[in-house]
Design a binder for this molecule. Structure first.
Ligand SMILES: Cc1ncc(COP(=O)(O)O)c(C=O)c1O
Length: 427
């Protein structure tokens, strides 16, 4: 593992990792709630604020620089998702982007039109449509198999009809890590003439994304989940973005994509920081070049320049994180009072591991781990339908979630296993 991937070099870039809790070096396993930020991302944001800070489209130096940085960031983010810069929208968060998108799409829909959401999704990709049901849209939610935490594909097929206008799908579950093979589902939606909205918020930190290859219409992701600042990014296919009737401030100059979805003055400093987070990933690819060329010739053969390095970086992150997650799962599975929730071993999943200890509430476990300096999340993390209803875990306060990031180490996983074992032995 260490041969191709220099985790020390990665860790040295994250000042947060020096933190101590009760004498122990903190172990950050809360990546799915938001990763830590490398210094270069904060430096980029500071540089914007100190040296290029202005509103857009003015006739003076800093305003022109602000415009140039905004456009450069769009290009970088387009390279991350493999689309055109004008297909990239920056916004407050994925939840805000989802709401704006759904309300704009609904303007072209009528009562009786159907929308498909899923029980696997974060509320961010469900709630906009549940609100819009008030206007007569028929919203159907695809079931999840509680044993495998995977979508029921037959249920999906049976819910798709000629009236389906939008399908809002989850690519990777922030609740339990399930990765859904979305391509066939997108194709089936398109066969019915429906648009697809893909929530890639939990997928983006763990796997490379190519919106073109999958023929995705809209996709959301959040840079704060992949080493950037708190904000959201929306991809919209150019032809669909043109048709969108967005709600916006009515002035000339913002009627075209992507500006028609960027309401108000954008968070320029966060936009700069988000682009720098992508450069950080590309630099992981640069450092892993020899390994990537050897191990992933097929994945990389059509790619060039920065896109090559971004994809190589994401493949290296996957290759680095997944064995640690497997080690963690195989240790947890052997502990008497511990139960893991998620897809069966061998099925596609991210490096996120959710579990419970018999006799303890999720929050109690997270607190006991937090006291040891191990930062994990507990609850439903807004994957409310899955955790409270499908898995029926409301009474125990949801699940405990361990999420790996590229700065975690095998030693941290060993200590985490030891601490969980100790907590479970006293439960
Ligand atoms: C899968 C998933 N979708 C959507 C969101 C919402 O993202 P944001 O916080 O940018 O609104 C999250 C946040 O945790 C998430 O994990």
């Amino acid at each position: 593992m260490e041969l191709f991937y220099d985790v020390k070099k990665i860790r040295n870039q994250f000042p947060a990792l020096e933190r101590k809790v009760h004498g122990n070096t903190a172990i950050y396993l809360d990546g799915p709630g938001g990763t830590q930020v490398p210094k270069r991302v904060a430096d980029k944001m500071t540089d914007y604020l100190f040296h290029h800070n202005a509103n857009a489209h003015g006739h003076f130096a800093t305003s022109r620089e602000c415009d140039a940085l905004h456009e450069a960031a769009r290009e970088t983010m387009a390279c991350f998702l493999n689309c055109m810069p004008e297909e990239i929208v920056f916004g407050d968060s994925s939840s805000t982007n989802n709401l704006k998108l759904a309300f704009a799409l609904a303007r072209g829909m009528k009562a009786g039109d159907e929308v498909i959401i899923t029980d696997l999704d974060h509320e961010s990709n469900r709630s906009p449509w549940l609100h819009l049901a008030e206007r007569g849209l028929v919203v159907k939610s695809v079931k999840v198999n509680p044993e495998t935490c995977q979508l029921d594909l037959d249920d999906y097929k049976s819910k798709l009809t000629d009236k389906t206008k939008v399908v809002a799908l989850n690519w990777a579950s922030n609740g339990v890590g399930t990765i859904t093979d979305i391509k066939p589902l997108i194709d089936q939606a398109h066969d019915k003439g429906a648009l697809t909205i893909i929530d890639a918020v939990h997928y983006a930190p763990h796997r490379p994304i190519d919106v073109n290859a999958l023929d995705i219409d809209f996709l959301v992701c959040s840079p704060y989940k992949f080493f950037g600042p708190h904000m959201g990014v929306l991809f919209g296919k150019a032809e669909e973005m043109k048709k969108l009737e967005t709600y916006r401030v009515l002035v000339e100059g913002n009627t075209q994509p992507p500006e028609k979805l960027e309401t108000g003055t954008p968070q320029f400093e966060a936009i700069c920081g988000s682009a720098e987070a992508v450069e950080f990933i590309a630099d992981i690819g640069y450092d892993c070049e020899v390994w990537a060329e050897k191990q992933h010739p097929e994945d990389l053969k059509e790619l060039k320049g920065r896109r090559w390095y971004i994809v190589a970086g994401m493949l290296a992150i996957e290759e680095y994180e997944d064995p640690m997650a497997r080690k963690l799962r195989s240790a947890l599975v052997q502990m008497d009072k511990v139960k893991i929730f998620g897809p069966p071993e061998g099925a596609p999943r991210t490096s996120t591991v959710s579990f419970l200890i018999e006799g303890m509430r999720a929050g109690e476990v997270a607190k006991a781990m937090g006291d040891e300096g191990i930062f994990v999340w507990a609850g439903h993390y807004y994957a409310k339908e899955l955790i409270n209803e499908v898995l029926n875990l409301k009474s125990v306060g949801g699940l405990v979630r361990i999420g790996l990031a590229p700065y975690n180490t095998e030693e941290e996983i060993d200590r985490t296993i030891e601490v969980i074992e100790n907590i479970a032995s006293k439960a």
